[in-house]
Design a protein around this ligand. Structure first.
Ligand code: F6P
Length: 545
């Protein structure tokens, strides 16, 4: 066993024994043996969403012992620490306060009052600003109404807002929102081609105001603006910042009153609820943004209060842990049956892998088990025609989350929505149960290896969670995101790692600065590179026009 760390837990050992028994049982047999599986292994959340986790390789005992294991590691205590605002982000000596952002109603919080007052103030500032832009009271330097917002940010300062605005497209107003993140100038050029500077606002969203890509892009836009407009005084009418680093934003040239604050204790990938989500409020309005916060808050309450065996994020997390550690699942696929969620995988990849892609545990020891799974996925039904073949007949074990919405805000045009949902249901069923002919074909396999029918065998036994919502709405998207945030947080606790830092991204960042200097100097390669990097730099210099 590679996971010595867990062996000290009584219930882990019990789980291990049970794993040996259940690992060869097929999901279809689990269903045959228990007629109540759906009732037992599903949770209705506020009659808005249902989680069906019955198509997993689990039974009553496994779920019971997983929950006991969670109790044994004192999960509840850790959850309380986060909600109380304790400094659980130890490596950065900080609290983790994204849940506070979802509690704008001051009376019922259990966090220190001054934090809630700051949250409320920040929300008020966002409200005033977004309403002025939407109503056309805030105008550009030629007194034209604003039509386009350009969010300049990367990672958490882009992925969350971009994903939410895509999901809530049917709630958007007249403003066009663009996202400039990549240091590839094609990203910038594509946006500049679409906008009119007189009618555009630029939001530089960077908690640190130091992120290389963001500052480079912001500088390029600033130069472009000042060259085109030719009057520096107009710059301040069009440039705003969202940051924790006020001084740096001011040094860049942003007016003090044009800066919205992100609190230090809000991690980038958890900042969609903060002023980093300003582009969301600008697009869907203050009231809808509040509904988005409120949805997340409902899931927070559920996560905080419900017992383990009825707690959606905890159950998702325990099942994920079960596959990660016992079944050695390397990956987890997230499949969204809604075109509106076509940015969801990008967002959840950062949330999960930046949080839990760690190899040193909380005691400073190298971890000997796998931490974050590789998260991947896509939009159904499109991905059914690309990688689903591997899910159905490949050799990898890939647990899946399927997400769908029963109602579409747009008219059910020629039954499209029914088709979409039929596929969602058909896929989870066929992945779990496979073909009915497994036994029959396996006999033939021995006798007739050339039988073409053999290639049509579906062994099934691919587990999945089905997460089905009534509809897409600001509140429901808030619920969905908060659910995954807490699932990932719980996983970090179980895996005994720090989920709220991201030191791993630093090395590449720093090295790129050195290489940049080398690439600029056309003649010399003056750094002790390995032969691969050296060789590629030489090619760059040879080919660069
Ligand atoms: O990629 C590292 C990271 O620090 C992310 O965690 C963060 O979301 C992103 O960079 C952007 O950071 P900032 O908002 O400070 O520009």
């Amino acid at each position: 066993m590679k996971f010595n760390y867990f062996k000290k837990n009584k219930y882990f050992k019990i789980l291990y024994k049970n794993f040996k028994n259940i690992k060869n049982i097929h999901i279809k047999d689990l269903f045959l043996n228990d007629k109540n599986r759906f009732k037992k292994f599903s949770i209705n959340f506020m009659d808005i969403m249902v989680l069906d986790y019955s198509k997993n390789i689990i039974n009553d005992n496994i779920m019971k012992f997983l929950c006991k294991f969670a109790k044994e590691i004192k999960l509840n205590k850790e959850i309380k620490k986060m909600f109380k605002g304790e400094k659980i982000n130890k490596t950065e000596n900080s609290s983790v306060l994204h849940v506070a952002l979802r509690r704008p109603i001051i009376s019922k919080n259990f966090l220190k009052k001054n934090i809630m007052l700051k949250v409320k103030k920040s929300l008020e500032e966002m409200k005033t600003f977004s309403e002025r832009v939407i109503n056309g009271r805030l105008r550009g330097f030629t007194n034209k109404k604003i039509t386009d917002i350009i969010n300049i940010g990367i990672g958490g300062s882009e992925l969350g807002p971009k994903m939410v605005n895509t999901a809530l497209k049917d709630y958007k107003n007249h403003l066009n929102i663009h996202y400039l993140s990549n240091i590839d100038n094609n990203n910038l050029i594509d946006i500049l081609r679409k906008i009119d500077l007189e009618k555009s606002l630029f939001l530089i969203v960077s908690k640190t105001f130091k992120t290389y890509e963001t500052i480079k892009n912001a500088n390029s836009v600033k130069k472009y603006f000042n060259n085109k407009i030719n009057k520096k005084k107009f710059f301040s009418k069009h440039f705003y910042a969202v940051s924790n680093n006020k001084n740096e934003a001011i040094r860049f040239g942003i007016k003090k009153n044009n800066i919205f604050k992100i609190f230090k204790s809000i991690g980038g990938r958890y900042s969609v609820w903060s002023s980093a989500g300003l582009s969301i409020m600008l697009s869907i309005g203050y009231k809808n943004f509040l509904k988005f916060l409120n949805g997340a808050n409902k899931m927070d309450d559920h996560f905080y209060n419900e017992p383990y065996n009825k707690n959606i994020p905890i159950i998702l997390s325990l099942i994920s842990f079960w596959y990660n550690i016992f079944f050695n699942a390397e990956t987890e696929a997230i499949l969204t049956y809604s075109n509106r969620l076509n940015k969801f995988t990008d967002y959840i990849q950062q949330l999960n892998m930046e949080s839990n892609g760690k190899n040193i545990d909380k005691n400073g020891e190298k971890v000997l088990y796998n931490t974050s799974q590789i998260i991947w996925g896509g939009v159904g039904t499109n991905c059914q025609h690309s990688f689903f073949q591997l899910l159905h007949q490949g050799t990898r074990f890939v647990p899946c989350d399927f997400i769908s919405f029963v109602n579409n805000r747009n008219k059910n045009f020629y039954n499209h929505n029914i088709n979409l949902l039929s596929n969602f249901l058909a896929q989870t069923k066929s992945l779990a149960f496979g073909s009915n002919f497994i036994e029959k074909f396996s006999k033939k396999y021995k006798s007739n290896k050339n039988n073409a029918k053999l290639y049509k065998i579906f062994f099934g036994n691919t587990p999945s969670n089905s997460i089905m919502f009534k509809s897409i709405s600001p509140k429901n998207i808030g619920i969905l995101l908060s659910m995954y945030e807490h699932k990932i947080f719980t996983q970090g606790i179980i895996l005994n790692i720090f989920s709220f830092d991201q030191w791993g991204v630093e090395l590449g960042k720093n090295l790129s600065k050195i290489i940049y200097k080398n690439l600029k100097n056309r003649k010399k390669v003056n750094y002790e590179y390995d032969s691969s990097t050296h060789g590629l730099i030489k090619y760059y210099k040879k080919w660069k026009k």
